[in-house]
Design a protein around this ligand. Structure first.
Ligand SMILES: [Zn+2]
Ligand SMILES: [Zn+2]
Length: 239
């Protein structure tokens, strides 16, 4: 459960829940839409880990790759779009189509004072690819020498935590919050490709009341909606 102090509650969008079992109301954080937001990132981490771990644990032959580009002076929305485009170019090459059956990836970005370090972390299901080959192909697509990494996944949970690790801390972007939020607005945190595309559905999870543990919760938004419908139908019977 994300704990909000009064200050963050005041600043962050939130919603009220009502427990139909114990009758108590309490506030939970909503989504503010900012990629840099520490509260939303913690919620995302838990949601994404839960969504992907069961599927990943069921897959054989997982490998993890990191694809970087040289640091950039500025971060634009195009920086992210171009990186995604280049990655999909790589995956469409015959060699990679034969080696990789499916996978997922995240785009991570840091700025530690030496420009923007934008890179991809990906977990894929498939065959061995040599680091030499990967560096060569990725560098050719980007028209510049790029550093890459590839390794076998021995522990799936650690691998998923590793690629989501960026979410559990405040992004290291040296105060460039606006550029970062703008570049990532609306960008999915995890994207799937190949046979994994559209295959992984979230596990249905029912929220539980933080006071009594019951899962009979309703948001005040839903309650108000129901009340309006009831009011309308009541009026209908008298006219
Ligand atoms: Zn309750
Ligand atoms: Zn937020």
């Amino acid at each position: 459960m994300i704990k909000l102090n009064n200050k963050s509650l005041y600043e962050h969008p939130s919603m009220w829940l009502h427990c139909l079992s114990c009758g108590l109301d309490y506030q939970v954080p909503g989504n503010c839409g900012r990629r840099s937001c520490f509260i939303c990132r913690q919620i995302q981490f838990k949601r994404l880990f839960r969504k992907y771990i069961v599927f990943l644990m069921s897959r054989p032959e997982l490998r993890m790759i990191t694809l970087t580009q040289p640091n950039k002076g500025e971060l634009y929305r195009e920086t992210i779009t171009d990186l995604r485009h280049n990655f999909s170019k790589l995956l469409k090459r015959k060699f990679y189509v034969e080696k990789i059956s499916g996978g997922l990836y995240v785009i991570e970005t840091t700025n530690k004072g030496q420009g923007w370090h934008v890179h991809i972390h990906s977990i894929y299901e498939g065959k061995y690819i040599s680091i030499r080959r990967l560096v060569n192909d990725w560098s050719l697509i980007n028209n510049v020498h790029c550093v890459c990494d590839i390794r076998t996944v021995d522990n799936t949970q650690s691998a998923l935590s590793y690629i989501l690790k960026d979410l559990v801390k405040t992004p290291q972007i040296g105060g460039h919050i606006e550029d970062y939020d703008f570049a990532f607005r609306g960008v999915r945190f995890i994207s799937c490709f190949g046979s994994w595309y559209n295959k992984i559905k979230p596990e249905p999870v029912k929220s539980k009341c933080k006071f009594c543990g019951s899962d009979s919760l309703m948001s005040w938004f839903e309650i108000r909606k129901e009340l309006t419908i009831m009011e309308k139908s009541d009026r209908g019977t008298f006219t």
